[in-house]
Design a protein around this ligand. Structure first.
Ligand code: MG
Length: 197
């Protein structure tokens, strides 16, 4: 049985280990900071919403989804690609998707959003950056997107010209809450990391 004193000794010993660990971590972080050019890494986030309407096609991450409803939009309505484009443009301080592809310009009417993503990547690369990775979260009540996730990742990877391992796509419902839960629309958040090449 551990005595009170021993408990304190044990706690002190553990705290000591943690303290040593923290010092080692701090030293490690310091060295990493010294050896890493943080100015070469940039982060961006993107957010987009599109309303759902019966009889329209539903495109997400470049894949057509089997659904009775689709997105109301000037382009093909691929809300996931739009969020990703905004994240990429944000990371490179290149404005937003509305600036580059205004929705009152007939050139972008009904356009395949994969072409917008290709153009955004061209702009990001022209500024000297390459995609590190992206993490995308799609909030949609229905249909379930699980069967499409792998195709979404490989499609985006192909359009961008990167490995599918650099692309994460996650889907969630909102437990029937809010406009997503009422099946009135879809929300997407995208986070990207870009690195100077
Ligand atoms: Mg949009």
């Amino acid at each position: 049985m551990t005595s009170k004193t021993n408990e304190y000794v044990l706690k002190d010993a553990n705290l000591g280990k943690i303290a040593v660990q923290n010092v080692e971590n701090a030293y490690f972080c310091e060295n990493r900071t010294a050896g890493m050019e943080y100015s070469n890494i940039r982060i961006g986030n993107g957010y987009d919403v599109h309303a759902l309407k019966e009889g329209l096609p539903m495109w997400l991450c470049g894949i057509q989804i089997e659904s009775e409803t689709g997105f109301v939009a000037h382009s093909d309505g691929d809300v996931a690609i739009h969020a990703l484009c905004d994240a990429l443009l944000g990371a490179a301080s290149l404005g937003d998707i509305g600036l580059h592809f205004p929705d009152n310009d007939d050139r972008w009417k009904g356009i395949d959003s994969k072409l917008l993503l290709k153009e955004v990547m061209r702009l990001v690369r022209a500024k000297g950056y390459e995609l590190g990775n992206t993490d995308i979260t799609i909030a949609l009540q229905a249909p379930k997107l699980r069967p499409y996730i792998d195709s979404m990742r490989s499609t985006l990877a192909e359009v961008i010209g990167t490995d599918a391992d650099n692309i994460s796509v996650k889907a969630t419902t909102t437990e029937r809450l809010g406009f997503v839960g009422r099946k009135e629309g879809c929300e997407v958040w995208a986070t990207v990391l870009i690195t100077k090449v």
